[in-house]
Ligand binder design. Structure first.
Ligand SMILES: C[S@@+](CC[C@H](N)C(=O)[O-])C[C@H]1O[C@@H](n2cnc3c(N)ncnc32)[C@H](O)[C@@H]1O
Length: 268
């Protein structure tokens, strides 16, 4: 586990230093209306004024400064000090306050129970082997009624070949693997070169949330495909394989499975 985290920390530090994909900071036009910029799906309850927000694995100077600009009290946890440096720099430049913590998303003992109203997590759970550990930690630090808004790589995105053959995309990696998917040779937009990434099954992504004490209120598959895209590009591949899934979840006092048991419903 430590080895995975150290490895991915180095990968993300390097990506931040070289300004690679997914390391950009927030732009002026986004700061002009920060709530609009971060609430494209309209999933955030009401406004953000004084809400306690955790940006989990959300370093890089994009999400966290926008949440702070929208009035939230922001803590950003990320494994990469270089990504967190970008948050600090943007916050300094914009006169915003935020707390940064270098830690892994699956080990959050420094955060108090029920200390957040909203946890937001950009695509990142692929970097840890156990999704259940991440969900349990979030359930602990989120107050009952609080929101968990997340985005994840779909399992098939990590299972399928990067390039088409002959005209579709073959599934080349198993669904039940416990280790990381093999590295790819070359630059591909659906993977971060050199990072150790894990397939999380749907029963873990969705069922795991219910088991951890959340109800799912909505699910979205952001469109990245373009029918006119060149074969082998991210946009072409995304016509066949939706790369990401976004999930709107809420922390409940009694997990759904518990409610079912209380109502005498036998779950299969
Ligand atoms: C795709 S980026 C998301 C944030 C970025 N601002 C964006 O919107 O694209 C993934 C983030 O996950 C972080 N990360 C990777 N492994 C992590 C771990 N085990 N715990 C916490 N953060 C992790 C990386 O450092 C990186 O900042």
């Amino acid at each position: 586990m430590e080895i995975t985290q150290d490895h991915n920390r180095r990968v993300w530090d390097e990506r931040a230093r070289h300004g690679l994909l997914h390391t950009r900071t927030a732009r002026d036009d986004e700061f002009a209306d920060p709530l609009k910029a971060i609430n494209g799906r309209g999933w955030i309850d009401g406004g953000l004024e004084d809400k306690r927000v955790l940006c989990l694995a959300g370093g890089g100077g994009l999400q966290a400064p926008l949440y702070a600009a929208a009035g939230a009290k922001v803590t950003v946890v990320d494994i990469s000090p270089a990504m967190l440096e970008q948050d600090k720099r943007v916050a300094r430049e914009r006169g915003l306050e935020l707390q940064t913590i270098a830690a892994s998303m699956d080990d959050l003992p420094m955060l108090a129970d029920a200390s957040f109203d909203l946890v937001t997590q950009p695509v990142s759970t692929c970097y840890v082997p156990s999704l259940a550990k991440v969900y349990d930690g979030i359930a602990r630090v989120l107050r009952v009624g609080g929101q968990y808004l997340s985005q994840h790589k779909q399992p098939l995105n990590l299972q399928a070949a990067p390039t088409p053959f002959p005209n579709g995309y073959a599934v080349t990696e198993g669904y039940y693997a416990t280790g990381p998917v093999p590295p790819l040779h070359g630059e591909f937009e659906h993977r971060e070169k050199g990072a150790l990434e894990f397939v999380h099954r749907w029963e873990e992504l969705v069922g795991g949330l219910c088991r951890a004490g959340f109800v799912i209120e909505d699910v979205a598959e952001p469109r990245h495909g373009d029918p006119a895209a060149e074969p082998g590009t991210f946009r072409h591949r995304s016509q066949y394989i939706p790369p990401y899934v976004a999930i709107k979840a809420r922390r409940v006092a009694t997990p759904v499975l518990g409610q079912a048991a209380a109502a005498g419903i036998v779950m299969p």
